[in-house]
Design a binder for this molecule. Structure first.
Ligand SMILES: [Fe+2]
Ligand SMILES: [Fe+2]
Length: 136
């Protein structure tokens, strides 16, 4: 299953975690604006790509929580883009807000809401396995 350990969705999540860590290290070490801006750009790009993949999967599986889950995605991308714009404009208050947003994204969204997708899919697979197939 795509979302299970080692699947494409799981790999996306691991990439995002790595990117967030790199970004965190760069900002806490006071690295140059160019470095941080590049990391932020990569994070936004890969997040948008990941979200597209994940929503496609939820859609194809008939995931009942898709509209609510999508709201969370849209909200996160809006916030991320807004902080990116503020960072580019030279705001110095961005770093703590960014790290809070990313912490929520990783610990709440990915660990909880994305996990719910896997739980739903596994439940459906079990149900499908129990349902006798009609005879041809
Ligand atoms: Fe995700
Ligand atoms: Fe998600």
């Amino acid at each position: 299953m795509a979302i299970d350990r080692g699947g494409p969705i799981d790999q996306d999540h691991q990439t995002l975690v790595r990117q967030v860590n790199e970004l965190h290290t760069a900002t806490s070490e006071g690295r140059g604006q160019e470095v941080v801006a590049r990391l932020l750009e990569e994070l936004v790009r890969d997040t948008v790509e990941h979200i597209r993949r994940e929503e496609q999967l939820m859609h194809s599986m008939g995931y009942t929580q898709l509209p609510k889950h999508k709201q969370g995605h849209d909200h996160f991308v809006d916030e991320l883009r807004s902080l990116q714009t503020q960072y580019q404009a030279g705001s110095i208050t961005v770093a703590p807000r960014l790290s809070m947003l990313l912490r929520d994204w990783l610990s709440l969204h990915i660990r909880r809401y994305d996990k719910d997708i896997a739980v739903f899919l596994r439940k459906r697979e079990r149900e499908a396995a129990r349902t006798p197939r009609p005879r041809a």
